[in-house]
Design a protein around this ligand. Structure first.
Ligand code: PEP
Ligand code: MN
Length: 337
């Protein structure tokens, strides 16, 4: 961290700021120019609050040099993190494909979709039991019954299940029943939920918030990791931009950026990204080409009558074709599906 003092800062003011920083356990290098003084801070700056330093009238600007995240930082963990989920690994040479409906609707629906996506090579079954809907009048998910149906589908197919948690009250049930706990975009900064999930050891799929920066996403992962749960998988699912043609804008540049900043695996959700079924294939392919470790794709056997997100769900036949195309791209990337 670097503190740039104002040109008119007095010697006394400069020394006061220096002493305050030193009191937090950091060393301060005073660089005195002809008109301006700069304080170079060395050591663990996590305890320092840049906004608080900036609040001093004698301070012109505070600039961070280091990233504010430690546990998720590639600097301190150069190798890629691989997360074990049952007999599968996310973040290694094998691309993780999570597929299934937006929401669990019935036993027949989830079993049929689970079987077909498995036949096409999916490695995880996704499906929401607790749904975060924009309108309180929309279908909210089958809730506990939905979880039971997911467990049944896992029993029938062997596919580990990925499903979204909405409330800290459900953590014990999810830890017991679920293989990967999804934190949805709307809850990315539900810090209480993140802290509680940090106490578990269940892998967490953390989706990027609708308007969250890459740094904010990684800081949310840091919350979970700071509690002791290092099994975090990040997910780029499109962000809000000025564009209205698509539901969201898939930020493909986030994948190489996150790979550079963090050792955590990252998957892409091409369904929520654009919100249109016919864009799922090109976006999924693009995601693998930029280095994603996996994909989470909405697949529905009857999209026209889906209770949630039918417009962005692909049919099982199309998913099968997509998987063939993805295998080719995975090979180019020296990975497999
Ligand atoms: C979902 O996966 O169905 C979902 C609600 O995703 P997001 O949180 O990214 O909107
Ligand atoms: Mn959905």
């Amino acid at each position: 961290m670097v503190v740039i003092m104002r040109c008119d800062a007095t010697r006394e003011e400069i020394l006061t700021i220096k002493e305050r920083i030193e009191a937090e356990g950091c060393r301060v290098n005073l660089i005195e120019g002809e008109n301006q003084c700069i304080l170079g801070i060395i050591g663990d700056t996590t305890k320092l609050d840049p906004d608080k330093i900036q609040a001093n009238e004698c301070v012109e600007r505070v600039t961070k040099v280091q990233q504010p995240f430690k546990l998720a930082n590639r600097l301190f963990h150069p190798g890629n993190t691989e997360i074990k989920v049952r007999d599968r690994v996310i973040g290694g040479d094998k691309i993780a494909i999570m597929a299934g409906p937006c929401s669990v609707e019935s036993e027949d629906q989830i079993l049929e979709i689970a079987k077909t996506v498995k036949e096409s090579g999916a490695s995880f079954l996704r499906g929401g039991a607790f749904k975060p809907r924009t309108s309180p009048y929309s279908f909210q998910g089958l809730e506990k019954e939905g979880l039971e149906l997911l467990k049944l589908a896992r029993k029938e197919t062997g596919l580990p299940i990925v499903t979204e948690i909405m409330s800290p009250d459900m953590i014990d049930t999810f830890v017991e029943d679920v293989d990967v706990i999804q934190v949805g975009a709307r809850n990315m900064q539900n810090f209480d939920l993140l802290k509680q999930l940090g106490k578990t050891r269940t892998p967490i799929l953390l989706k990027r918030g609708l308007s969250a920066t890459i740094e904010e996403l990684i800081m949310s992962a840091e919350y979970i990791m700071a509690g002791g749960n290092e099994n975090v998988i990040l997910c780029e699912r499109g962000i809000r931009t000025f564009e209205t043609y698509t539901r969201n804008t898939l930020d493909l540049s986030a994948i190489p950026a996150i790979k550079r900043l963090s050792h955590l695996p990252i998957v892409v959700d091409p369904s929520h990204s654009a919100g249109m079924w016919w864009m799922v294939e090109p976006l999924a392919k693009a995601a693998l080409a930029v280095g994603a470790d996996g994909l989470i794709i909405e697949v529905h056997n009857d999209p026209a009558n889906a209770r949630c997100d039918g417009q962005q769900s692909i049919k099982p036949e199309r998913f099968k074709e997509l998987m063939e195309g993805l295998s080719e791209i995975a090979k180019i990337e020296k990975k497999s599906i």
